[in-house]
Design a protein around this ligand. Structure first.
Ligand code: GLA
Length: 655
């Protein structure tokens, strides 16, 4: 079964509305709602005083209507009494400013007081509802690190010191890891160490990197605390927490994914952006790969407009359907929304909902109902999986280190990823976005966009991958520092020099908007002084200080090939290059001859597979099928050999 539904906040409505809610849910084919996410203040109005009666009735009504609950642990936003009684639970920014109640998520992740109150509540919830027939999934917290990504308060400072002791054992280890002889930063006592608070100038980058790791761990500890409680009561009910789309810097989704039974993602592409679906696609390819291809859940998306951009575009007719199917096509087993009924008050009243302010007799609700019916008819898709020949490597520690201060140039990792991902997406190639420790052996091509921080072990794995016949593409400023942000000495990029067959002597980042000509194209962002050491020069820079020096190289190594990009080719040149690399690696498109703007994926299960065709373009598109197949959405009985998709059209062909 594919899950269909959304966040449901009945506490915002009088009880008679709940009856209409479940009636409309049944009408729309809703089978799962995330319930209770922000209900803490309602179920525990005063510390230790609980009022679950109303929530019992909500869950009973849902169960009665055949709607499952993705049951929240209700700890995403503490009630005001917690801060009033325990002000030390409030988070603090790097500059010392406290973050007060009045919004949401105002808790310090390291706070033992917050954790204790959260744990007590979760215990009550798990005990009370563990056997409830509506319970299908545990929804722990909500969007960890959405607003409070890191906390610099004294409680966090003490917790950071504990974390550092565990990591380094003694101060000598820490001083070495943080290169503290620089700028007189040497620590003689643990209590001298602070989180990287606002300082006169650049804060020690290794300290910042460790603080990012620590902060991620602190959030993960909050999650794990609650997960362990619900698992004690219901070992068989799966547990998730929703990641913020599309990739969220403070939270290492790869690490968190290992701590969940199923991963879920919130996705809010901007309808004003004609390429929003490509950005979304990257996030979906990552979240799917985070648990080795296991189906994931699209936990939230907007039925139409959000309310938190400067200008909030509604989704034009067809986009809500198209983007829901896109998530399914990329491996999701759920299309869920924020939220069920549009709020009348509060900060999100102009955020769209499945039941809009206009009521059920509206374009919005009719579209919702139609989508529910479609998804209900394609239950067989659930559990099927995608296969990709190409992997792009993403790593959170690298992200944190790369975007720290005082680099040769400010580099934006997501933009870098996009530059490498888009040409593959446009060429209709399936991609997995994988962690640096992934098993690469099944991929024909591995792309490493900008892996500045690279541990020796990971470099060795990339080298072995090529040795064993893999095709590798590495872009500039990769393999520069170790886990402590210390340069790998011996010539850049020391741990990859052998496999790439070159050394980089000097970085020449390009001025803002500047470019560098090379044979067959133009580079942007960056250039550098490369000395080949066995690599073949595929293209050289033309003009300027680097005239005649390598811009793109190719190195046959072992039984594989390693390519190197000393600049960022402009989109057309990047596309041409990756097409050429793919041809050598034998990594083809999902389907030959697909028109531009059509996304295609295949999900396969035992004995059957589904070809998804999605037209993201503004013109109709015709696709020739390799063998006749029926479109399950429009004409399930009639096999066809060509499918014509209207703009924003979707077809699901069973094979
Ligand atoms: C996030 C949150 C939801 C809601 C939506 C609005 O995804 O999880 O509670 O605020 O944003 O877009």
């Amino acid at each position: 079964m594919l899950w269909f539904g959304g966040d449901y906040n009945p506490e915002q409505w009088p009880e008679p509305v709940w009856d209409e809610d479940v009636r409309l849910m049944a009408e729309a084919g809703v089978n799962l709602v995330s319930v209770g996410i922000f209900a803490w203040a309602t179920v525990e109005p005063r510390p230790g005083e609980y009022d679950f009666g109303w929530f019992d009735r909500v869950l009973d009504k849902l169960a009665g209507a055949g709607v499952g609950a993705s049951l929240a642990t209700m700890t995403a936003s503490p009630p005001p009494w917690l801060a009033a009684r325990h002000p030390e639970t409030l988070p603090q920014r790097a500059d010392g400013v406290r973050l007060w109640p009045g919004g949401r998520q105002q808790y310090c992740p390291s706070s033992p007081v917050y954790r204790e109150h959260a744990a007590r509540l979760v215990e009550r919830i798990a005990e009370r509802y563990g056997a409830h027939p509506a319970l299908k999934l545990w929804h722990i917290g909500n969007e960890y690190g959405c607003h409070v990504r890191q906390c610099w308060c004294d409680v966090s400072a003490a917790d950071f010191r504990r974390w550092l002791r565990e990591r380094y054992g003694d101060l000598d280890g820490l001083n070495a890891a943080w290169s503290t002889t620089f700028w007189s930063q040497r620590y003689g006592d643990w209590d001298e160490i602070q989180p990287p608070r606002t300082a006169p100038t650049f804060v020690n980058p290794a300290q910042k990197l460790d603080f990012a790791r620590f902060s991620d761990d602190a959030l993960l500890a909050c999650y794990a605390l609650e997960r362990d409680i619900v698992r004690r009561y219901t070992p068989d009910v799966p547990v998730t927490t929703n990641f913020i789309g599309l990739v969220h810097k403070p939270v290492d989704s790869f690490r968190w994914a290992r701590e969940q039974d199923v991963v879920s993602l919130d996705s809010y592409p901007d309808p004003y952006d004609p390429r929003a679906h490509v950005e979304a696609a990257f996030g979906y390819d990552l979240v799917r790969a985070a648990r080795g291809g296991q189906p994931w859940l699209l936990m939230e998306q907007a039925p139409s407009a959000v309310n938190w951009r400067e200008r909030n575009a509604p989704k034009p007719p067809g986009v809500m359907r198209l983007w829901s199917w896109q998530a399914i096509a990329q491996g999701a087993d759920a299309a869920l929304f924020f939220q069920w009924r549009q709020a009348a008050g509060g900060a999100e009243k102009f955020h769209s909902a499945m039941v809009p302010h206009a009521g059920p007799d509206s374009r919005g609700f009719r579209d919702v109902r139609a989508l529910g019916a479609e998804l209900g008819g394609l239950a067989g898709v659930a559990g099927t999986r995608l296969r990709a020949d190409v992997a792009i490597v993403h790593d959170w520690a690298n992200w944190w280190a790369l975007e720290s201060d005082a680099r040769p140039a400010v580099l934006d990792l997501l933009e870098t990823h996009r530059a490498h991902y888009e040409p593959l997406f446009d060429a209709h190639v399936s991609v997995d976005v994988v962690p640096v420790d992934a098993d690469l052996s099944g991929y024909k091509l591995v792309v490493v966009p900008n892996l500045y921080l690279l541990a020796d072990g990971a470099a060795q794995r990339l080298t072995s991958y090529v040795e064993g016949g893999g095709h590798l593409v590495v872009s500039f400023f990769t393999g520069i520092v170790d886990e402590c942000d210390r340069v790998h000495l011996g010539g850049y990029p020391a741990p990859l020099r052998r496999v790439l067959g070159l050394a980089v002597e000097e970085f020449h980042p390009l001025p803002p908007g500047g470019s560098a000509e090379f044979d067959g194209g133009r580079g942007t962002v960056w250039s550098e002084w490369v000395e080949p050491e066995g690599a073949e020069v595929v293209a050289a820079f033309r003009g300027g200080a680097l005239d005649g020096r390598p811009a793109i190289t190719r190195h046959a190594y072992g039984t594989g090939v390693a390519w190197y990009l000393a600049t960022r080719p402009e989109p057309a040149a990047m596309r041409a290059l990756l097409d050429r690399v793919r041809a050598g690696a034998g990594a083809g498109p999902v389907l030959a001859g697909l028109p531009e703007g059509v996304q295609a994926t295949v999900r396969t299960g035992p004995g059957h597979s589904y070809l998804f065709l999605l037209n993201h373009g503004a013109e109709p598109a015709t696709v020739n099928l390799p063998e006749p197949g029926a479109d399950l959405l429009t004409d399930p009985e009639r096999p066809q050999s060509t499918v014509t998709l209207p703009p924003r059209g979707v077809a699901v062909i069973r094979r």
